[in-house]
Design a protein around this ligand. Structure first.
Ligand code: IPE
Ligand code: IPE
Ligand code: MG
Length: 241
């Protein structure tokens, strides 16, 4: 089985999971954070090189303040608890999004996590938080425009590569597969630029119920897909045929 280099996950269904049990939504998020740990460890174990998880979108601020605050607290706690194990596993931690708008203590936890694991050479865990695909492209445009105005950049040289380099985490390659648990067939403003040729796998399982076997199922579906990138050949390996 071919292991995708970059697995990106839209972690969805926490609220429905809680609702089905008559529990507050935050309980779904608490169970969801356990699923995140399982999924990240499974990705590392399987040999995935980059794992991106969508934790909070720029649109998620529209939710009740109690839920938003609960999520921020939960994410910070999870990071502070799990960073030791990630570090032991030689994983690198990064976060992508409009981080400067997040609570100070969370920003600090991200910075500490990033700095501590910067020299690791194993899997990179990329947490997308206060992230929006359109926001990311708008921020990249602003960054390039600023350079052009400062005379550091010739407008005519702007190309796809340069826009890619101006995104939040240019060192992360485009996802090979986007997994969406929760059953919705939509992208919800996730990595819009980067998913141009990613394989999309929707699973009915709600995120708190997500197990290693669901990841394996998603990867096996990925293996059944024929990637063409607009061309006629299947992939590098088949080119000699
Ligand atoms: C995903 O679960 C977590 C976040 C978006 C933060 P949801 O909270 O969206 O769960 P559903 O979609 O309402 O079930
Ligand atoms: C996507 O889920 C965002 C995250 C997983 C963080 P949403 O629940 O916010 O997406 P919609 O509203 O169903 O499109
Ligand atoms: Mg949702």
């Amino acid at each position: 089985m071919k292991i995708p280099g970059h697995v990106a996950i839209i972690m969805d269904g926490n609220g429905r999971w809680a609702q089905q049990r008559g529990l507050p939504r935050i309980q779904g998020h608490i169970e969801g954070s356990k699923a995140t740990k399982r999924a990240v460890l499974a990705c590392d174990d399987i040999g995935v090189k980059y794992c991106s998880v969508y934790a909070f979108s720029v649109e998620n601020w529209k939710r009740p303040v109690q839920e938003v605050e609960g999520l921020m607290t939960l994410i910070e706690k999870a990071l502070r608890t799990e960073i030791d194990e990630l570090h032991e596993k030689n994983c690198r931690f990064i976060a992508s999004g409009r981080l400067e708008e997040l609570p100070e203590t969370l920003q600090q936890a991200f910075q500490e996590g990033r700095e501590r694991t910067a020299g690791n050479t194993g899997m990179t865990l990329n947490v997308l938080i206060n992230y929006g695909g359109r926001a990311e492209i708008a921020d990249a445009a602003k960054r390039l425009a600023r350079k052009a105005i400062a005379g550091e950049l010739d407008l005519e040289t702007i190309d796809e590569d340069m826009i890619g380099q101006a995104l939040y985490s240019p060192e992360v390659p485009d996802p090979d597969i986007v997994v969406r648990p929760g059953g919705e067939f939509r992208i919800s403003n996730f990595l819009l630029w980067e998913v141009a040729y990613s394989e999309f796998v929707v699973l009915p399982v709600l995120w708190p119920d997500f197990r290693r076997e669901h990841l394996v199922e998603a990867i096996s579906i990925y293996n059944s897909r024929e990637r063409r990138f607009g061309g006629l050949v299947r992939d590098e390996d088949d080119r000699q045929l």
